[in-house]
Design a protein around this ligand. Structure first.
Ligand code: 1GP
Length: 238
């Protein structure tokens, strides 16, 4: 089965999904076996790989290592085309639609095409919306775009709806990795009630409680990066 149809199926069955985001630069290779064990013991349904800036040239190696011992689908979540690996199962083909930087709206995507054409990756077009998270995060810095204010609900909604009308298959509400504040519940609720496509929410989520809250307000898939990175026992302890 492909990744997107499984996301749609989960949404229709109201089954919530969870992705653990791994940044290849932050992997402690000696602790890989334990990391994979912890992922297998967690409620994760997907592994996302990537970051705004990744310097590691070991993305292929990382994915192969994960795939030795873990059956979860591996989905690239790339900051730019250098992070594409044909070892993954799919890719969130992101367009940063909250921003007005043409590089992140279309330029990187054009550059990615010849690379993607040499892979069998499932390409999942994703409208990526950055929302102010209380501190400047890497994605805002690297993309040189301003996040949408946390109180501009209609602007977020119209951006998400424009993404849907443009044919995006997913909308991703992002507060930025390591954000002090995660995406406000009001925004999750408003967007989820007014789009048909599945909704991903991530950035700054630090507890199980916050994960549940995002689900309650309408997130179909929640992404956890930093909290799990800081504590691989996150799903046992929090
Ligand atoms: C970032 O949404 C992800 O793109 C995860 O963010 O690292 O804050 O969990 P955190």
């Amino acid at each position: 089965k492909n990744i997107y149809s499984e996301i749609l199926e989960a949404k229709s069955q109201k089954r919530k999904l969870l992705a653990i985001l791994l940044d290849p630069d932050k992997i402690i290779w000696q602790a890989m076996n334990d990391l994979i064990l912890k992922i297998n013991q967690s409620p994760a349904t997907h592994i996302f790989i990537g970051g705004s800036l990744v310097f590691s040239d070991k993305i292929d190696e990382l994915i192969l290592k994960i795939k030795e011992k873990c059956d979860l689908p591996v989905v690239l979540f790339p900051g730019n085309p250098t992070q594409i690996s044909n070892k993954a199962d799919g890719i969130l083909f992101l367009s940063l639609i909250s921003g007005r930087n043409p590089d992140y709206l279309i330029e990187h995507q054009v550059k990615a095409v010849p690379i993607l054409k040499r892979t069998n990756l499932e390409i999942i077009s994703t409208g990526y919306i950055l929302i102010e998270g209380g501190n400047e995060t890497a994605v805002s810095k690297v993309s040189q775009t301003k996040p949408i204010s946390r109180v501009r609900f209609q602007e977020v909604l119209h951006t998400a709806q424009a993404g849907e009308m443009l044919g995006n298959k997913l909308i991703y509400l992002e507060a930025g990795s390591g954000a002090h504040l995660s995406v406000p519940s009001e925004i999750i609720e408003l967007v989820s009630k007014n789009i048909e496509i599945p909704l991903i929410v991530g950035g700054g989520i630090k507890s199980q409680n916050e994960i549940q809250k995002a689900y309650t307000f309408g997130a179909d898939l929640v992404v956890i990066g930093t909290a799990f990175e800081n504590d691989n026992n996150f799903f046992n302890n929090h």
